[in-house]
Design a protein around this ligand. Structure first.
Ligand code: FES
Length: 490
């Protein structure tokens, strides 16, 4: 018997993205039943489906894992207790189905006896026919050799490994894998839930569990009131999902929903990405993580008796890893922070204050347009964060990157772009070189206009002032609507 699955669960099973599934539904290749898809229809579309066929899924998962900064093994398997609880929940479901089946079987047998009795009493031929029909039906139920529904079996396995979460009121969906907390799973899926410390202290992540069961896996000091407990509230940063859940949470829909935060982080490492570009890796305390949207920036400052310098930089990492923050910093003698960094003033474990986040150079998630990023030099930093976030969020549109550089080492993470292009059908990129920012802007805009119908695109431009101004002018003159353009001057 065919089983109905949510689009997310079906995509998860087949190793596809949710966007792929939605394309099949939109083109009527895959029927949708009130937003669900049937295992029969999926098997018709993918007759050779096997768990191990999920190469594309694994590649995308790897990108998400790298963005999240975690090793897969740390969270892919639930711990024994969660595993046992998920198995118990599934066994209860199975037991319920068995009881129903046995009940229907008894009912049909009783009906068969009654018909026999009536057939003898009235000798009616129709009743005898009906009795024979029931005999055949019962034999079919008991001796059925219907082939196993592969996808239904895989879905049962997935239910044990990962719990499906539906968020109200947004309707967003994600999976809690292994024993990870619901908060971590939501961040990994590109959602922007309300939270603070990430450590069970502030209570900002409390959410109402509308249905399903959660279990506390991490310690928390925040006391939920008796009333909150009765209403089903739980802290998402300290609970995992035992069964599929429906939860009610507040999500940030714009930068205005993210509060400014003041955090003292530590330098994890400083390493060159190219001759003139340094990668600064900061780590926040476990109890005070930075909540931000992809594409935003923060102020970094170092204060002390011998040093006092600050600067504002875009974050080059995904909000799905809120502790490990990356920055691409270009050598610039007029920037005190960069000068100190290149002279070796910052070492591992040195404190650096973070203040922010700022800026509205963030994805317009409600848009279904394809996206073009037009970038110059270290303008790649916020775009890296945006691409990682778009992959995590399973955004439906294609992503195109046009990356212009004004110096020979300007495409300092071209390998990263190649890896994305290999792993994602939806990502493509091109690199350009130019003598200065204005020339880079002219070349990049020309390339965008040659490749794209920009009236159907959302365009994100980031780089030095001359670059941004040149690209903006060219694209506006070519008909790009103002509400489809976002820009950020570095
Ligand atoms: S984020 Fe602070 S208690 Fe969960």
């Amino acid at each position: 018997m065919a089983q109905l699955l949510t689009v997310s669960r079906a995509a998860h099973l087949l190793g596809l993205t949710r966007a792929d599934m939605q394309k099949h539904i939109a083109s009527s290749v895959l029927p949708s039943h009130d937003g669900m898809v049937s295992t029969d229809d999926l098997l018709k579309l993918y007759p050779e489906v096997r768990l191990e066929d999920s190469g594309a899924f694994e590649r995308i998962t790897k990108i998400r894992e790298e963005a999240f900064g975690k090793r897969i093994r740390e969270r892919i398997l639930p711990n024994q207790e969660i595993l046992a609880q998920r198995l118990a929940a599934q066994s209860e479901e199975l037991d319920d189905v068995r009881k129903h089946l046995a009940h229907y079987h008894d009912l049909i047998e009783a009906l068969r006896e009654r018909i026999d009795h009536m057939a003898h009493a009235s000798a009616s031929e129709q009743l005898a026919d009906l009795g024979e029909f029931l005999d055949q039906g019962l034999a079919g139920v008991l001796g059925s050799e219907e082939p196993t529904d592969t996808l239904a079996v895989m879905d049962d396995m997935l239910r044990v490994m990962a719990a499906h979460v539906t968020v109200k009121p947004s309707g967003h969906e994600f999976f809690v894998e292994g024993s990870e907390t619901v908060l971590k799973a939501a961040l990994r899926a590109g959602l922007a839930p309300a939270y603070g410390c990430g450590n069970g202290n502030c209570g900002l992540c409390k959410a109402r569990i509308i249905s399903g069961e959660v279990k506390q896996t991490l310690h928390s000091d925040y006391p939920l009131s008796a009333n909150e407990r009765t209403q089903g509230y739980a802290l998402l940063c300290s609970h995992t999902a035992v069964s599929d859940l429906v939860i009610e949470i507040l999500e940030a829909s714009s930068p205005d929903d993210i509060p400014e935060q003041d955090i003292v982080a530590k330098v994890r490492s400083v390493a060159p990405l190219a001759d003139n570009i340094m990668l600064l890796h900061l780590q926040t305390p476990r109890t005070n993580r930075l909540r931000f949207l992809a594409g935003q920036r923060v102020t970094l400052s170092v204060t002390g008796s011998t040093a006092n310098f600050r600067a504002e930089y875009p974050i080059a990492s995904c909000p799905c890893d809120d502790r490990n923050l990356l920055f691409h910093i270009r050598r610039d003698e007029s920037d005190e922070f960069a000068r100190r960094l290149f002279s070796g003033a910052l070492k591992a474990n040195d404190p650096v204050s973070l203040f922010g986040p700022f800026g509205d150079f963030v994805l317009q998630k409600e848009s279904t347009n394809d996206v073009v990023f037009v970038v110059c030099d270290t303008g790649f930093a916020p775009v890296k964060s945006l691409v990682e976030h778009a992959v995590a969020s399973d955004l439906p549109g294609a992503l195109r990157l046009v990356w212009a550089a004004t110096e020979s080492s300007g495409h300092y993470l071209e390998n990263q772009c190649r890896a994305w292009a290999d792993a994602l059908d939806t990502f493509s990129f091109v690199t350009l070189s130019a003598a200065d920012a204005a020339a880079a802007g002219t070349a990049a805009a020309a390339r965008v206009l040659a490749d794209e119908d920009i009236r159907q695109r959302d365009v994100y431009v980031v780089g030095p002032p001359d670059f941004v101004a040149t690209v903006e002018l060219s694209l506006a003159a070519a008909g790009l609507p103002a509400n489809q353009l976002r820009s950020e001057v570095l």
